[in-house]
Ligand binder design. Structure first.
Ligand code: ZN
Length: 674
């Protein structure tokens, strides 16, 4: 399962830049000493960003090789996702590549610009359907103009494919979720040969799938459904000597190199099974692989690869090809470890009632990784977190891995820039503090939330689990408790003593940001007229609104109106901390006692209702910034340095300057399918 950008609801515009990555002398890449540019390009409703790879220089040569080989294996499968998304995508992409690379005519005309914008949208979505809405986007240039470009460059496209590009009726949806129609016939994704109907497929799998089977294999995951000579349905398997064979053979070549430099035995065992699975195409081996992968938890490098997520098949059988290569976030891991080792200190010094404290608290482990490379369905648009494997019986018996993609989230924060921060900040001091300490405040509050917050407190004997007792308010209250633990401790001098923060200014930056977000900024994610629905958003408003109200007698937080705009200014950070402590005690009491009535009252009074006038004001204030709704990434590239014998002696990371150049380069280097 993947978590998308829409789960990312914190908006700190932090300013902690990672070190620039080294780069070689090359005009197609960002210079080593130039400031890092987070935003590379925008087109239509899309923004193309870059991310950095912190920790690369801490890797050994063997680890760098492992990352490089895994990334190459992923890129080798790039054509697969194009073909899976739509049967004509590869032909269209190749024609676009030839035109963009070789056309020497007028590149200033409106039609050329429209053509380039179309090409970028196709590259961004791995095909001619929008990556998020699934709708086919139509060219805004004419068929005649396309014909002239094809002729001028010698590129070719059969007439039926040109029709498919321009016809507003044909193959309009990549994935149709309309249950009133035949979803397979209505979907353009290429998992079923034309013309196979939904009822035929359902009948096919009804015969094979035994619902009582506890260790059910993931039927259909690695195949396209076609008809044999007799017209019967069969699965055309993705494997080394089957469908997508040339790309899969190339993947196997790189995975074999990767297995040779694995960090440990469990990692090697998983890679060997993955290779075997690609060779044979047997889904039982896929399950064995997933078990080995879930159990390979040691090491600094990890990855996700294969035919994994099934969202592009309307019936949810067939997996889209993707790869994400990850490096442990050393900084975050260290932070988590320090907190975890001191979990008991935080519990003992919490404001919750002594009878609700745990005598032996254990910090919760939480994984932040940095992405080193993505391929297939995971790019240019990327998830921000992933939880795998998908098979629920494997998760139950062997565990799962849940990761948050730290440097991707960092890139989103950086790309949004200081504009939103400056718009909503009350004064210059707040802006300066956010720029200096906001990034650390954000990361540390996440760590406190996950490691200490969710681990804290105990239920009274006889009180059932939170889900049964607090019903629909359970997750909001659980998230609120975790947040408010973080808020209480982020202003604690203990954090300085532990070496986690340089000064309490970090805590103040977090307080500014939290109050602004909870009372104003997050409203930009809500449609006009709607209440707050999502649990994290509810808990943030609840906490901010509660401390605002309770602090009114002392003017702890002041509401200021200036030039018709609303601002919140914190006058007393220490008193605010005491209020967070009081709220923490109350929320823990509600949880420990299972006090449904009080929990409901708290959420309903503070967390749900939106001030319509303020909401409209927020929407009006963010509108001029034109932040495109969808983001994707240029991928960093790896450049091996060889000695005289052709042995790799180091691997450098470069940041391509240009999305188009990367797409053209990929088209040349990783084109393994016809
Ligand atoms: Zn949480």
């Amino acid at each position: 399962m993947k978590q998308s950008f829409y789960f990312l609801i914190f908006f700190l515009a932090s300013a902690s830049f990672y070190q620039c990555q080294p780069s070689i002398e090359n005009t197609d890449v960002l210079a080593e000493d130039a400031p890092f540019e987070w935003v590379a390009d925008t087109v239509a409703d899309l923004q193309i960003l870059r991310y950095q790879i912190p920790g690369w220089d801490k890797l050994s040569l063997q680890q760098k090789k492992l990352v490089y080989y895994l990334n190459q294996a992923g890129l080798a499968g790039r054509d697969i996702i194009w073909d899976q998304n739509y049967r004509y995508n590869l032909a269209i992409r190749r024609a676009l590549e030839t035109i963009v690379a070789t056309y020497s005519g007028d590149k200033t005309s409106p039609e050329w610009n429209q053509f380039m914008s179309y090409a970028k949208r196709v590259w961004f979505s791995n095909g001619i359907h929008h990556h998020y809405s699934n709708d086919k986007f139509l060219p805004t240039f004419s068929k005649e103009y396309l014909a002239s470009l094809l002729e001028a460059t010698g590129a070719t496209l059969p007439k039926e494919i040109v029709t498919a590009m321009f016809d507003p009726e044909m193959d309009m949806k990549k994935v149709s979720l309309d249950t009133e129609t035949d979803q397979i016939l209505q979907s353009a994704s290429n998992f079923y040969a034309p013309v196979i109907t939904q009822s035929e497929v359902e009948a096919f799998y009804a015969k094979r799938i035994d619902k009582s089977e506890k260790k059910a294999i993931s039927y259909g995951l690695n195949s396209r459904m076609v008809r044999n000579a007799n017209g019967d349905l069969i699965e055309d398997i993705y494997k080394a000597n089957g469908l997508y064979g040339p790309a899969i053979q190339e993947m196997i070549k790189w995975l074999t190199l990767a297995a040779g430099v694995a960090e440990n035995e469990p990692q090697k065992k998983a890679l060997d099974l993955l290779i075997k699975y690609y060779q044979i195409g047997d889904l039982k081996i896929w399950d064995e692989y997933n078990i080995a992968w879930a159990q390979a938890t040691e090491g600094d490098i990890d990855y996700i690869t294969g035919f994994v997520e099934v969202y592009n098949d309307p019936l949810g059988y067939r997996g889209s090809f993707e790869t994400i290569v990850q490096i442990k976030d050393f900084e975050a891991s260290e932070r988590m470890q320090v907190l975890s080792q001191n979990a008991q200190w935080f519990e003992d010094n919490s404001t919750i009632l002594p009878k609700h404290k745990k005598a032996n608290v254990v910090g919760i482990s939480y994984n932040v990784v940095n992405v080193a490379g993505e391929a297939g369905d995971a790019t240019p648009s990327t998830p921000i977190g992933v939880n795998l494997p998908n098979a629920s019986w494997i998760r139950e018996l062997y565990g799962s891995k849940s990761v948050s993609l730290g440097n991707i989230i960092e890139a989103y924060d950086q790309a949004s820039g200081p504009a939103i921060l400056e718009e909503f900040a009350h004064d210059e001091e707040e802006i300066a503090r956010a720029k200096e300490f906001g990034g650390l405040g954000d990361k540390l509050s996440t760590a406190l939330h996950e490691v200490i917050g969710h681990a804290s407190g105990k239920l009274n004997p006889g009180v059932g689990t939170k889900k049964e007792t607090l019903k629909g308010y359970a997750s909001t209250l659980e998230e609120a408790r975790a947040d408010v633990v973080g808020l209480y401790f982020i202003m604690d001098p203990k954090l300085i003593e532990l070496g986690l923060i340089p000064s309490l200014e970090v805590g103040k930056a977090e307080y500014d940001s939290y109050i602004n977000n909870g009372l104003m900024k997050q409203l930009r994610r809500i449609e006009p007229g709607k209440d707050v629905e999502e649990a994290h958003m509810r808990n943030r408003q609840l906490i901010a609104a509660w401390v605002f109200e309770k602090g009114q007698p002392d003017k702890v937080i002041e509401k200021v109106t200036r030039d018709g705009k609303t601002f919140y200014n914190i006058n007393d950070y220490d008193k605010l901390r005491i209020l967070f402590g009081q709220l923490l005690r109350e929320i823990q009491r509600i949880k420990s006692e299972g006090d449904y009535k009080a929990g409901k009252a708290l959420v309903e009074s503070y967390g749900v209702k939106v001030d319509q006038a303020l909401h409209q004001e927020v929407l009006d204030r963010v509108k001029p910034f034109h932040i495109p709704p969808y983001n994707g990434f240029i991928q960093p590239e790896f450049v091996p340095e060889l000695d005289a014998d052709g042995q790799i002696i180091d691997i450098k990371v470069t940041q391509p300057k240009d999305f188009i150049q990367q797409m053209l380069g990929y088209g040349k280097k990783y084109s393994f399918l016809k």
